[in-house]
Design a protein around this ligand. Structure first.
Ligand code: HEC
Ligand code: HEC
Ligand code: HEC
Ligand code: HEC
Ligand code: HEC
Length: 191
C-alpha cells in the first residue's frame, strides 16, 4: 500500500498526472501533513512539559491506585481522560496536605478550578487513535507509554510514530490477511 505513495513512483507517472488539479490538491494535502508531522516530531522529542502540579505517578501507583481508576476512558472510548479535582480530593481531603505540591491541589479545590494539565502524549489531528480496541486487545498501557508507574512525572515516548503503529499492527494481524488489510489500511488511522 505504502509503495504507491513513494515520490519516485509518482514521478514515474509523469507530467500528465502532475497537470491534473486533483493531483495538485493531493500533493498540497501531503505537504501540509508532512510539515505538521515534522513540527510534531520536534515537539515530542522535547522534555516533559511543565505541569501545574508535579503529579508523581510512582507514589500513587505504589499505593495501589489502578491506571483505570484515574484514566477510566481507556477501556470505553477513544480518549483515556484525566482525573478531575474531585477524584484527587476524594483521597486528599483525608490527609494534612502539608507538602508544597499538595498545597497547590488545595488551592485548585478551594477555587473550584480544574487543573490545567499539559498534554504529554498527543498525536497530530490527522491521526485517529482510539484506546478502546487496544485495551480490548489486551495491549498494556506500558507497552505504549513506558514505565509510567515508575515515573515521578509522565515522560513522553518519542517512538509513537507511524512506523511504530504499523509494526505492531502487522504483528497483531499475523497471517490473517483480512485483519492485516484492516489494520494497515490508511483510513483506519487517517479519517
Ligand atoms: C491517582 C491518579 C492516577 C493514577 C492511579 C494514574 N494516573 Fe496517569 N495521570 C494522572 C494525572 C493527574 C496525569 C496528568 C499529569 C501528568 O501528565 O503528569 C496523568 C497523566 C498520564 C499520562 C500522560 C497523559 C497525557 O497528557 O498525555 C499517561 C500516559 C498516564 N497518566 C498513564 C498512566 C498509567 C499507565 C497508569 C498506571 C500505571 C496511571 N497513569 C495511573 C493521574 C493518575
Ligand atoms: C487513591 C487515593 C489518592 C488519589 C485518588 C490521589 N492521591 Fe495524591 N496521594 C495519596 C497519598 C496516600 C499520598 C501520600 C501522602 C503523603 O505522603 O503525604 C499522595 C501524595 C500526593 C502528593 C505528594 C507527592 C510527593 O511528592 O510526596 C501530591 C502532590 C498528590 N498526591 C497530588 C494528587 C493529585 C493532583 C491527585 C489527582 C490527580 C491525587 N493526588 C490523587 C492518595 C491519593
Ligand atoms: C496501543 C498504544 C496505547 C496503549 C495500549 C495505551 N495508550 Fe494511552 N495513548 C496512546 C496514544 C497514541 C495517545 C495519544 C492519543 C492522541 O493524541 O490522540 C495516548 C494518550 C493517552 C493519554 C492522554 C490523552 C487521553 O487519551 O486522555 C492518557 C491519559 C493515556 N493515554 C493513558 C493510558 C492508559 C491508562 C492506558 C492503559 C489502560 C493506555 N493509555 C494505553 C497510546 C496507547
Ligand atoms: C503494541 C501494539 C499496538 C500499537 C503500538 C498500536 N496498535 Fe492499534 N491496535 C492494536 C490491536 C491489538 C488492535 C485490535 C485489533 C483487532 O481489532 O483485533 C488495534 C486496533 C487499532 C484500531 C482499530 C482498528 C479497527 O478495526 O477499526 C485503530 C484505529 C488503531 N489500532 C490505531 C493505532 C494507531 C494510530 C497507533 C499508533 C499511534 C496504534 N494503533 C498503535 C495494537 C497496536
Ligand atoms: C496504524 C496506524 C496508521 C496507518 C494504518 C497509517 N498511518 Fe499514516 N500516520 C500514522 C501516525 C501515528 C502518524 C503521525 C506520526 C508520524 O508522523 O509518524 C502518521 C503520519 C502520516 C503522514 C505524515 C508524514 C509522515 O510520514 O510523518 C502521512 C503522509 C501518512 N501518515 C500517510 C499514510 C498513508 C498513505 C497510509 C496508508 C498507506 C497510512 N498513513 C497508514 C498512523 C498510521
Amino acid at each position: 500500500m505504502l509503495e504507491r505513495f513513494k515520490i519516485s513512483n509518482l514521478l514515474e507517472k509523469g507530467g500528465r498526472l502532475i497537470r491534473k488539479p486533483s493531483f495538485l490538491v493531493g500533493m498540497g494535502v501531503l505537504f501540509i501533513l508532512l510539515f505538521s508531522a515534522a513540527g510534531y516530531g520536534v515537539w515530542t522529542t522535547q522534555q516533559p512539559p511543565p505541569q501545574p502540579i508535579q503529579f508523581n505517578h510512582s507514589i500513587h501507583v505504589e499505593l495501589g491506585a489502578q491506571c483505570l481508576y484515574c484514566h477510566p476512558g481507556a477501556w470505553r472510548q477513544a480518549s483515556a481522560g484525566l482525573p478531575t479535582t474531585a477524584k484527587c480530593w476524594g483521597c486528599h481531603q483525608q490527609m494534612p496536605n502539608t507538602k508544597p505540591e499538595q498545597q497547590k491541589l488545595v488551592v485548585f479545590v478551594e477555587r473550584g478550578d480544574p487543573i490545567p494539565w499539559a498534554p504529554v502524549f498527543i498525536q497530530p489531528d490527522f491521526v485517529y487513535f482510539n484506546h478502546r480496541p487496544h485495551i480490548a486487545g489486551e495491549v498494556n498501557c506500558e507497552t505504549c507509554h513506558g514505565e509510567i508507574s515508575r515515573m515521578t512525572v509522565a515522560q513522553p515516548n518519542p517512538r509513537q510514530n507511524m512506523g511504530w503503529c504499523l509494526e505492531c499492527h502487522r504483528a497483531t494481524a499475523g497471517d490473517d490477511p483480512d485483519k492485516l488489510a484492516r489494520l494497515t489500511d490508511c483510513v483506519t488511522c487517517h479519517r
